[in-house]
Design a protein around this ligand. Structure first.
Ligand SMILES: Nc1ncnc2c1ncn2[C@@H]1O[C@H](COP(=O)(O)OP(=O)(O)OP(=O)(O)O)[C@@H](O)[C@H]1O
Ligand SMILES: [Zn+2]
Length: 636
């Protein structure tokens, strides 16, 4: 039952929804049916066919149209008298500044990536507007409340580390199918079809140890006038045959492991390939290069079938050929995309051939696509439950009903017959640089690192700033923006290429830099500490930022699913453990008061051991080098 007070809070509210996808559609419906009268929606996407199974405001005929606009129209059909304002735009656009955010009573996030979530968190803090944040991953979900000065902000708690694999597991000693997938998409696919200038670990080890004079680059290069089939077979033999032989020559690696088997194309029965691949024009029904398919040519219809070695080898050669013949223009710029059929076919086949070599069970294209795309299938019901919880919290926020704010976790399995676990929110983390103005420390070689390194690796990548400005005292070293004068732009561009100690206002040990994002209205002070040497393996950035909350992995190391988690949209990782007194202890978050407890709400009798450990989808599988450092930024 909604009380009169609640109803008047609802009626007087002006609400901003960010994201009109899986959660957003449910949320808009629930807001409208709960009596909200003034709703603004930002979403930058258009509707895709794959959204239709769970984003119920959208129909086939809407494919290609703005999500925000179509969602509005759909709701106006059932609630014609409410005001819904759609924006088909990125929430990071400068138009959505602090003044824009200040217009709202509450902001509700239904996003699917960390970057946008952090940005909205900062704008909400700057504007003093409460934020209700949410996320789902399959059956798991959560809703959290962030009110400046009252509860933790979205960035007070560290986010989970993505599932990572040591580089050598990927390049040399795979033991699971997912390792073969990572190899196929991040190394082989990237090497053949991606940016040639990108660092790539494919071959590094095997060639080094063999002392072979063969130029690795040549192996992957399609030579002028070379028959495309001969080229495909050459690549095949190199990666599945020769490289495995080289790896086998290092006896020590295989003392405690099963030896892989080199596979050469001549050993695989490929008789049908030449007959079936005669007409590449039949590959694409619509003429759209993205619908080119090796499976279609080869007559392989069911994506759920597990192909044998011969079929995988055929798909491998055919897909490689189609890329070069039908999608030549894209070569050099491609990165793996789960919605790119030919890319999925190639990666499935390559991963399976490698799996066959290492005695790992083969998988169907459907399964491989799920693993490669980090897909945890979205569950519409979870989105609906989460949307309901967002509205419940939003109403409390509108009434300033602080005592009753709850973070709620939606579980996969009931614990003590409960599927929803409400938890009292944390207080703000005093060492959060986003909401508590904590200074940061940066160790860096000021005589070698350029301003560009600092901007890219720290200010953008780590601090999540969108439009940064960097100052040393009153000297402006760097700034971005549309309204800058030409000579200023030239000045900043020149500064980017200078080493820190040689900037017009030199940055050396002891310097305090002020870094500001004008849009986010976030300012950080960074204390610079000069350091000569960095460990290339452990500190690949060549700089170390501290005072910044790094992601942590849960005690059982199980922050993400085996396949690298999900494509959907969980906002925050929490790993909690029940204690006897029904308090739940949080993982010791970096920067968070040690031993701090997260209290179960009194209305909860939840104390199960099977508590959620939910991950953000915005990061996925990555690789670690031998020392456990993350190697690749992000794997698509
Ligand atoms: N920076 C952003 N600005 C505006 N909208 C955003 C931004 N980042 C993400 N979104 C929107 O958030 C929504 C998240 O919805 P959801 O997680 O259901 O993703 P989806 O793209 O609809 O589906 P899937 O990723 O599973 O194919 C998307 O509609 C997306 O456009
Ligand atoms: Zn914070």
């Amino acid at each position: 039952m909604v009380t009169d007070e609640q109803l008047s809070a609802i009626k007087g509210a002006k609400v901003l929804m960010v994201g009109a996808g899986g959660i957003g559609c449910e949320l808009l419906k629930t807001l409208a049916l709960s009596g909200f009268q003034d709703i603004h929606i930002i979403d930058m996407d258009t509707i895709e066919v794959s959204n239709l199974n769970r984003q119920f405001l959208f129909r086939q005929s809407h494919v290609g149209q703005s999500k925000a606009k179509v969602a509005r129209d759909a709701i106006l059909k059932v609630r014609p008298n409410i005001n819904i304002t759609p924006y088909h735009a990125n929430v990071k656009d400068p138009d959505f500044n602090v003044d824009f955010f200040k217009e709202f009573s509450v902001v509700l996030n239904g996003l699917d990536n960390l970057d946008a979530r952090r940005h909205v968190n900062r704008l909400c803090l700057a504007a003093g507007v409460p934020l209700v944040e949410s996320g789902t991953t399959g059956f798991l979900g959560q809703v959290t409340v962030h009110v400046k000065g009252k509860t933790e902000c979205y960035e007070c708690q560290p986010k989970p580390a993505p599932k990572t694999y040591p580089v050598c597991t990927i390049t040399s000693t795979p033991s699971k199918f997912v390792h073969c997938i990572v190899w196929a998409k991040d190394l082989l696919f990237a090497k053949l079809f991606g940016d040639k200038n990108q660092e790539n670990d494919l071959n590094v080890r095997s060639t080094d140890s063999s002392g072979s004079s063969e130029h690795v680059e040549d192996v992957f290069e399609w030579k002028k006038d070379e028959d495309i089939e001969a080229y495909g077979k050459r690549v095949y033999d190199h990666v599945f045959g020769y490289n495995i032989e080289v790896a086998l020559s290092n006896e020590d690696s295989w003392k405690n492991r099963n030896k892989p088997r080199p596979i050469y194309i001549k050993d695989v029965a490929l008789t049908e390939v030449t007959q079936q691949n005669g007409d590449p024009d039949k590959t694409s029904v619509s003429g759209d290069p993205l619908s080119v398919s090796a499976m279609t040519i080869l007559g392989l219809k069911n994506p759920q079938d597990v192909w044998g070695l011969a079929e995988n080898s055929k798909v491998f050669l055919e897909a490689l050929k189609l890329f070069f013949l039908k999608r030549a223009k894209e070569i050099g710029n491609l990165s793996f995309d789960k919605d790119d059929q030919l890319a999925v076919e190639f990666v499935t086949a390559a991963a399976n051939i490698r799996a066959a070599s290492f005695g790992i069970p083969l998988h169907s294209l459907f399964e491989a696509k799920g693993i490669a795309g980090n897909i945890v299938h979205a569950v519409a019901t979870t989105n609906a439950i989460i949307a309901g919880l967002i509205v419940i919290e939003a109403i409390k926020v509108l009434q300033n009903n602080e005592k009753n704010y709850r973070m709620t976790y939606c579980l996969e399995h009931p614990a003590r017959k409960m599927l929803l676990m409400p938890v009292e929110p944390f207080e703000p983390n005093k060492s959060c640089y986003v909401c508590s103005e904590t200074p940061l420390w940066l160790e860096i070689n000021t005589k070698r690192s350029k301003l560009r390194d600092l901007v890219e690796k720290i200010v953008k990548a780590k601090l999540g700033m969108n439009l940064p400005l960097i100052m040393h005292g009153s000297a402006l070293l760097y700034e971005v923006g549309d309204d800058l004068e030409e000579d200023m732009v030239a000045n900043y561009t020149a500064n980017l290429e200078k080493v820190l100690a040689e900037l017009p206002s030199p940055v050396t040990g002891g310097t305090i830099l002020t870094v500001e994002d004008l849009q986010q209205e976030l300012t950080c002070n960074i204390n610079i500490k000069h350091r000569e040497e960095f460990d290339e393996e452990k500190e690949p950035d060549g700089m170390v930022l501290s005072g910044w909350t790094q992601p942590v992995v849960s005690k059982n190391g199980d922050m993400s699913k085996e396949n690298g988690a999900s494509t959907s949209n969980t906002s925050q990782a929490v790993s909690v453990e029940a204690e006897e007194d029904d308090d739940i202890e949080m993982l010791p978050a970096v920067g968070a008061p040690a031993g701090k407890k997260r209290k179960l709400s009194e209305d909860s009798n939840f104390a199960g051991s099977d508590l959620p450990s939910v991950v953000d989808d915005s990061e996925a599988i990555a690789m670690l080098d031998e020392n456990g450092e993350r190697k690749k930024k992000r794997v698509q």
